[in-house]
Design a protein around this ligand. Structure first.
Ligand code: ADP
Ligand code: ADP
Length: 230
């Protein structure tokens, strides 16, 4: 019943100078409904590479990614990605930014507007519809990022270091608000996949953590965790 299932995927990149380097070695991974899954690892361990393969943005060099058991390249998928750098359109207002993915999917103006306003309200941006991204703080911009990702009601929400560009306090607030939305089941998504290098963030948010080792390409199975019960 996995939504996304990766089977023995590998990724190589060709380097101009040397031979190709292996970034991911034969890896199995499932994303199942109801879970927040964290992919934890140091910089350069292949987290973004994994995210791109799991979302169909890039093809594995070997192995296969399935979306509801169909090869991901051959089927329509419903995911959104939140980026570390927000990636908002600077020439559009907050409302227009959130409406953009709905417009791209052919949703009519009236419904587009209603759904976007509702989502802005959900992420605490009521009253900021007409503002431009440059007028907002980092935390507010990432709220727009979340609203734009969630407005299409993705089955899986992917996040690539979504809090890394924010100051500690803002990141803390956004994390707990996200968790609250998730646990109240008010988030229009079945599963969340978060890429992070922050172990505390992974522990705080995730139901399950996958650890990529510092030698590129390896999911660590030698990782020992001691559970401390309250
Ligand atoms: P992380 O997200 O954990 O920082 P990445 O997936 O971005 O890791 O990168 C893993 C390794 O693969 C790094 O050594 C990076 O330089 C290399 N890499 C990533 N994307 C490419 C690419 N398109 N071409 C060549 N090398 C790449
Ligand atoms: P793929 O071959 O998997 O489709 P691309 O080569 O198109 O991937 O690159 C995917 C992403 O990785 C792009 O956003 C690109 O900017 C980034 N990228 C390219 N080279 C590197 C690198 N050496 N290290 C990290 N990221 C890279």
């Amino acid at each position: 019943e996995a939504i996304i299932r990766a089977e023995k995927i590998e990724k190589y990149y060709s380097q101009p100078s040397e031979n190709r380097i292996q970034v991911i070695s034969a890896t199995d991974l499932n994303i199942v409904p109801g879970e927040i899954l964290a992919l934890l690892g140091p910089s350069g361990s292949g987290k973004s590479t994994m995210l791109r393969m799991l979302t169909g943005l890039s093809r594995p060099s070997a192995g296969q990614v399935y979306w509801h058991e169909k090869p991901i390249a051959q089927t329509e998928i419903n995911v959104s990605i939140v980026f570390q750098s927000f990636a908002l359109f600077p020439w559009m207002t907050v409302l227009e930014n959130v409406e953009a993915p709905l417009q791209a999917r052919g949703v009519l103006p009236e419904e587009r507007r209603q759904r976007s306003m509702r989502m802005l309200d959900t992420v605490g941006l009521d009253g900021f519809e007409a503002a431009y991204p440059k007028e907002l703080s980092g935390g507010m911009r990432q709220r727009v990022g979340f609203a734009r990702a969630l407005v299409v009601e993705p089955e899986v929400l992917f996040m690539d270091e979504p809090f890394s560009a924010l100051d500690v306090l803002t990141a803390e607030n956004l994390r707990s608000e996200l968790l609250e939305l998730w646990s109240k089941k008010t988030m229009p998504t079945k599963a969340v996949f978060i890429v992070t290098h922050n172990i505390e963030e992974a522990v705080l948010l995730a139901d399950r953590i996958i650890v990529l080792g510092r030698n590129p390409g390896h999911i660590r199975t030698d990782f020992r965790v001691q559970l401390q019960h309250p």
